[in-house]
Design a protein around this ligand. Structure first.
Ligand code: ATP
Ligand code: MG
Length: 204
């Protein structure tokens, strides 16, 4: 109930409910004592997956942590976050051909995926890197450009305090199961469906 609709008589009831809620939240916060490198997956059909992934990279970088980014799609495309974060020393590994839904050649796409995956593996083996963003990795698994078992093994073997963020639609169930935190971005509406093209600064 918000304060505008709340009647004076409700005040003590409200206070009691809030106190109870606070006690419950405090107890849960007190119980959560573990530190661990997390695997986060941001999936779903709505807009905001890569934006959220880059938001976490910015957050970590802002704390002086070392982060690295691997982009498994749209390598040839402009990317505002890349322009900014590279200036702050964040290394980027970008797929050479820029995999898109337009490409038809499985062999060159697969080779490009394997090449950038080799760079990703180096990040995922480096204990000095606290956060790795694997942007659009889900498609590499879905198209079988990367071997699922190998991806799972490398993720499991990474330094214990290293966080990893995976973005992309249609995330494989095995990755969702391995993840600590999974968010699904739902599409409610998107400007593109009204004929508006991708806007610089908002979409890329
Ligand atoms: P963003 O990079 O904006 O966070 P995303 O990572 O969630 O988006 P992708 O599937 O990677 O989404 O697609 C990236 C591009 O496609 C962006 O330009 C984005 O605005 C656009 N896009 C994302 N979701 C939709 C949608 N539901 N309909 C149309 N275009 C979309
Ligand atoms: Mg994306």
């Amino acid at each position: 109930m918000n304060s505008e609709t709340e009647q004076p008589d409700d005040q003590s009831g409200h206070q009691k409910r809030q106190q109870k809620l606070k006690a419950q939240v405090d107890a849960r916060i007190a119980a959560a004592t573990e530190d661990k490198g997390l695997l986060l997956v941001i999936t779903g059909n709505g807009k905001g997956k890569s934006t959220a992934g880059f938001g976490i990279v910015s957050r970590a970088t802002g704390h002086g942590q070392k982060a690295a980014v691997v982009q498994f799609i749209k390598g040839g495309w402009a990317c505002g976050e890349r322009n900014l974060l590279q200036q702050h020393g964040v290394p980027f590994a970008v797929m050479a051909t820029g995999f898109t839904w337009e490409t038809q050649n499985r062999d060159t796409d697969r080779a490009a995926a394997q090449q950038v995956w080799a760079e990703a593996r180096q990040f995922l083996a480096d204990p000095d890197i606290q956060l790795v963003l694997l942007d659009e990795l889900t498609y590499m698994v879905a198209y079988d450009y990367l071997d699922l078992d190998e991806v799972l093994a490398v993720l499991k073997a990474r330094p214990s305090q290293q966080h990893v963020v995976i973005t992309g639609r249609g995330c494989h169930r095995a990755l969702l199961e391995l993840a600590d935190t999974v968010s699904e971005v739902q599409n409610v509406k998107h400007a593109f469906d009204a004929g508006i093209r991708a806007q610089q600064g908002v979409d890329w």
